[in-house]
Design a binder for this molecule. Structure first.
Ligand code: PNS
Length: 165
């Protein structure tokens, strides 16, 4: 059984994340989409809401026999990966600007858990500028994010932002 985790904030999941899940699914038997519980960062969606949104969207990402699981975690990604018996940590690289941060994390995670490899996948070009932070900012200011964030999640962002105003 080749198991990997795909950790992140996912606040919210974007089509860039879905693209990375699709690309990595032929490589593993099971991928755990691991949502970081980070209340101190004041996310738009609670960790429970983020997990639920991802569960609703995941059927769009399943393209083969890989089992996709959604779970949340607190603490170190490397510890969560070990506890769940994962062989790999998946991270997407959008552009060269991501590389330095991702390299530092990969090296630190390797130091913490030498048996677990970080696997980098390159994002589709059309999503190379997409981040959850940018999507939230643009949407909050009235810009369109269609095609970059799943429609169902855009609807939930609309509801959440209206409720917060
Ligand atoms: O979606 P993000 O915000 O780019 O994901 C970053 C994440 C969650 C992978 C990273 O912040 C992380 O691993 N946080 C958990 C705490 C941890 O393990 N920190 C040390 C990383 S070397």
């Amino acid at each position: 059984m080749r198991r990997a985790i795909f950790p992140g904030s996912f606040d919210p999941l974007t089509n860039g994340h879905l693209d990375i899940i699709r690309r990595s699914s032929p490589l593993f038997d099971e991928i755990i989409i691991a949502v970081l519980n980070n209340p101190e960062k004041h996310p738009l969606f609670s960790v429970e809401e983020r997990c639920e949104l991802i569960r609703r969207i995941l059927p769009e990402a399943k393209i083969n026999d890989c089992t996709l699981v959604v779970d949340s975690f607190s603490g170190l990604t490397a510890d969560f990966a070990r506890q769940r018996g994962a062989a790999a940590i998946i991270r997407g690289i959008r552009a060269i600007g991501d590389y330095e941060y991702e390299l530092r994390m990969a090296l630190m995670n390797r130091r913490l858990q030498p048996e677990i490899e970080t696997v980098f996948l390159t994002a589709a070009e059309e999503y190379s500028f997409v981040s959850s932070t940018l999507m939230k900012q643009v949407f909050d200011l009235g810009g369109r994010v269609d095609g970059l964030v799943p429609d169902f999640i855009i609807e939930k962002m609309r509801e959440k932002i209206a409720a917060n105003r």
